[in-house]
Design a protein around this ligand. Structure first.
Ligand SMILES: Nc1nc2c(ncn2[C@@H]2O[C@H](COP(=O)(O)OP(=O)(O)OP(=O)(O)O)[C@@H](O)[C@H]2O)c(=O)[nH]1
Ligand SMILES: [Mg+2]
Length: 173
C-alpha cells in the first residue's frame, strides 16, 4: 500500500475501537462538523463516509470509518484500495488503550503492514508524560507506526493533525 501515486486525492482512514473519538478526529481534520458524533455506547458510525478536505495546497479524502469492538475484530469494512495513511484513535482509559494496542499487535495478519499508522490518543485532559509511560503498549513491530499525537478534549488540534497527514501522506493531487 502506501500513498497513491495517481492524481487521485490521497486516502486517509480514521478509525479505532467503537467510541474512540474517530468521528471527532475527522471533524478536527476537516475544521468543521462533517461527521456525526455520539456519546452513546452503541455504534454511531455504521458505514464509512469519505470527506474531501483541502489544506496545504492538497486535497485529501478522509474516511470516517466504523470501528472495531475487540482486539480480534476486523473493522466492519475493508480499507479503500490505496489507503495512504491510517489514523487509529483511542481514548486514554485503560480498556481502550489495551484493546487498541492488542489490535495493533495483530495488524500484520489483517492489513498491509507498510501503510503508515498514526496513533491518536483522545485525552479528557492533558496528562504530562502519558505517552512515555504508555507507549510500550503500542510498540508493535507488526505495524508501521510512524507517529503519535495526544489530543485534549475541546482543544484545537486541527493544525497538528493536518501537519502529520501532510508529512506522512505526501503524494496526490
Ligand atoms: N475524552 C475525550 N472524549 C472525546 C474526545 N473526542 C470526542 N470525545 C467523545 O467521545 C464520544 C464518542 O465520540 P465519536 O467521535 O462519536 O467516537 P467514534 O469513535 O466515532 O464512535 P463510533 O462511531 O460510535 O464508533 C463523544 O461523546 C465525544 O464527545 C476527546 O478528545 N477526548
Ligand atoms: Mg464515529
Amino acid at each position: 500500500m502506501g500513498c497513491s501515486t495517481s492524481k487521485e486525492a490521497p486516502k486517509v482512514v480514521v478509525f479505532g475501537r467503537v467510541g474512540s473519538g474517530a468521528s471527532s478526529v475527522v471533524n478536527l481534520i476537516a475544521g468543521q462538523a462533517v461527521a456525526a458524533v455520539s456519546p452513546d455506547s452503541g455504534r454511531c458510525t455504521k458505514r464509512s463516509k469519505p470527506h474531501s478536505v483541502a489544506f496545504q495546497d492538497k486535497t485529501f479524502t478522509v474516511y470516517d470509518f466504523p470501528g472495531f469492538d475487540g482486539p480480534e475484530d476486523r473493522p466492519p469494512e475493508e480499507f479503500p484500495p490505496d489507503t495512504g495513511l491510517v489514523i487509529i484513535c483511542t481514548k486514554d482509559d485503560g480498556n481502550h488503550v489495551r484493546t487498541t494496542a492488542r489490535y495493533l499487535q495483530t495488524w500484520n495478519q489483517k492489513h498491509d503492514a507498510t501503510v503508515p499508522v498514526i496513533v491518536v490518543v483522545n485525552h479528557r485532559k492533558f496528562a504530562d508524560g502519558w505517552w512515555i509511560t504508555n507507549q510500550s503498549y503500542f510498540d508493535s513491530p507488526s505495524c508501521n507506526m510512524v507517529a503519535h499525537a495526544c489530543l485534549v478534549l475541546g482543544g484545537d488540534s486541527t493544525n497538528l493533525l493536518r501537519n502529520l497527514i501532510a508529512q506522512y501522506c505526501t503524494s496526490g493531487s
